[in-house]
Structure formats: C-alpha cells, structure tokens
Design a protein around this ligand. Structure first.
Ligand code: CUA
Length: 337
C-alpha cells in the first residue's frame, strides 16, 4: 500500500505530460518562454537544495565525530571551525546571485511576452458560459464574421489577441501548450495572447471552479498553417448546407419548430438564438458538449436524448421525442459540416 501511495502522484504527474495538454510542451511562444523560465527556476532551486542537503549531511556527520570527543576534550567542540566566516559570506553571495538570476529571468520572460502582445495579427472574442465557450471571429466586414463554440482555430506564427468575457460567473481560459491562464470576469474585458509555434491540436480547459460541470468545460484548439486557417474561416462564414434527404429534412423541421431554435442558431435557417452554442458547422468540430464527448453520430444522439445523463446540471434540457424524431434530428445535425 505504501508503495502505491508513492506511485499515485507519480502517475498523475506523468499523465499531465500528454502532448495535447502540457504546460512544458512549448508549442506556443508564451508557453515556450514559461517552459524556459521553469527550467531556470528548477536548476537554481535544485542547486540550492543539493547544497543545503549537503551542508546538513556534513553537519550531522561532524556532530557525531565531535560527540565522541565531547567527554574527553570539551574545549575542542566549542572552537569555531577554520574558514567559517568565509564560508558564510560565500553562502550569502550564492543566495543573492540565485535570487538575482531568478528576478532577471522573470523580468525578461515578462518583457518578451508583453512585446509580442503589442501587434496582434488577428483578434477573436471568447465568452465563458456555464459550461461552454462561445467563440466569435470578426471579419473585415460584419458579413465576414462568424461564431463557433468550444473550438478555436489559429494560424501558426501569427499573434492572436483573445478578448475574454463572461456571461455568468468567473471562468479561466487555460491552453497549457500555448500560454498561461487568464480569468474571464463578468462585466470586465480581459485578454490573452496566443502565438502558436507549430501546427497541432491542443486542448484548453476552464481553470477556475465555476459550478458542477466545471470539469466538462474544455475546448479544442487547432493551430494550422495560415492557408489552412483561411480555408477553415472561409468555410465557417458560409451558411449551413440545406438538408439533403428525407430524414435530414424532417430533422430540420423538428429543429426550427421545436425548442432547439429557442437556444441555438444555425446560419441560413430561421434559428438565430444565442443562448446556447452556434451549431452552423457543428459536425466539423472534434468534440461535443464542450469537450465531453468525441463528435460521432452515436454521441450526438446520446447527447440530445439525455443531456443530463451526459452532463448533469447542463442548461440543455431534455426534449421528449420519438425514436424516429431523434434519428431524424441526429441525421440533420451530423450533416452540418
Ligand atoms: Cu468555467 Cu470552470
């Protein structure tokens, strides 16, 4: 059992080193700066720790040999060891040098991150909701802007300014591979810079306890080449494709006629509510329910059939439907690419 109690934290720590969610991966410029700063802190602190432990071991060893002589020759024990003052001065200088090194490293990390934040090449708005992320891209004109949910796409190498807001309580956006955390505070704008150094699929999380489904408030972050990003953005601006077959048409009628349309929007349909996530290109996203389930037709059906079973406490209500209606609605939604 004792061996297990040592293993559990080790397993948890190693589990945190995954590639999609790792603060030490350095896939973003800010994240890489923080990873370097962490390495410097670790090196300085390890050196000091080893010196202190070495000193302690030496003191214990000296004490033992002095004890043997204590009864015979008490006077020798009280005498100051040679070079003690010099050793103490060197120790003081070492501590000072270590603290100065850490301060200078922190200062330059901060400067480097702040300088890059001055000239963003793209600006997006992310709004926190219990428990999902609304993401808005402003185009050059309003018709070129679009909304998505629980996913952020960014072009590699271009600094992206993320303006953060909250619709309810305090959330915190954290994409460990790319940057540090930033709180989303109701009634106040905050911002965060993302600068991806390489293309990849990363995972972001809400890092501030915000209610029962705080743990299911994740988002997919896709860093891609500027050309791929432009292609993705051009597809997102488009309205949803009209329903193709009979099942899809029945699903569409159900969506705009039932309660679905009172919370969600689908571009090109009469549904335009902004209470819940925009579903215009729902099926092109990697996950559903804010990173809770992978995007598959079976999971989509499961989520619609029983939202409270998948994510207890979610604001998405369960709507009574026959199996046939459920199939039709799923068929329509899975076509929203
Ligand atoms: Cu939002 Cu925790």
């Amino acid at each position: 059992m004792k061996r297990f109690s040592v293993l559990i934290p080790a397993v948890v720590m190693v589990g945190g080193c995954g590639t999609v969610q790792s603060a030490l991966a350095g896939d973003g410029a800010d994240g890489a700066n923080f990873a370097s700063l962490f390495a410097i802190f670790l090196a300085v602190c390890t050196l000091m720790y080893l010196l202190v432990m070495g000193g302690l071991a030496m003191a214990l060893w000296r004490r033992r040999s002095a004890e043997q002589e204590l009864t015979v020759e008490g006077e020798r024990h009280a005498a100051e060891p040679p070079g003690a003052i010099r050793l103490l001065a060197a120790w003081g200088i070492l501590i000072l040098a270590g603290l100065v090194a850490l301060t200078v490293a922190s200062f330059f990390t901060d400067r480097s991150n702040a300088r890059a934040a001055e000239h963003p090449g793209l600006s997006i708005h992310v709004t926190g909701n219990q428990w999902w992320w609304d993401v808005q891209y402003d185009g050059a004109t309003p018709s070129q802007g679009f909304r998505t949910a629980n996913e952020i796409h960014i072009p590699v190498g271009i600094p992206v300014e993320v303006v953060l807001r909250s619709n309810d309580v305090i959330h915190s956006l954290w994409i460990p591979n790319l940057a540090g955390k930033q709180d989303l505070i109701p009634g106040r704008d905050t911002d965060l810079q993302l600068r991806a150094r390489r293309a990849g699929h990363y995972r972001g999380e809400c890092a501030e306890f915000c209610g029962v489904q705080h743990a299911h408030m994740a988002l997919d972050v896709i860093a891609q080449s500027p050309a791929d990003f432009r292609r993705w953005a051009a597809a997102q601006v488009q309205d949803a494709a009209p329903p193709a077959g009979d099942a899809e048409r029945a699903g569409y009628a159900l969506f705009v006629g039932a309660q679905c349309a009172s919370c969600h929007a689908i571009g090109g349909s009469p549904a335009g509510a902004t209470v819940g996530p925009d579903l215009t290109h729902l099926a092109s996203r990697p996950t559903i329910a804010a990173g809770t389930l992978p995007m598959t037709p079976a999971n989509l059906k499961r989520w619609i059939a029983d939202p409270q079973g998948v994510k207890p406490g979610t604001n998405m209500p369960r709507i009574r439907m026959t199996e046939l209606q459920l199939e039709a609605l799923t068929a329509y939604l899975k076509g929203l690419r």
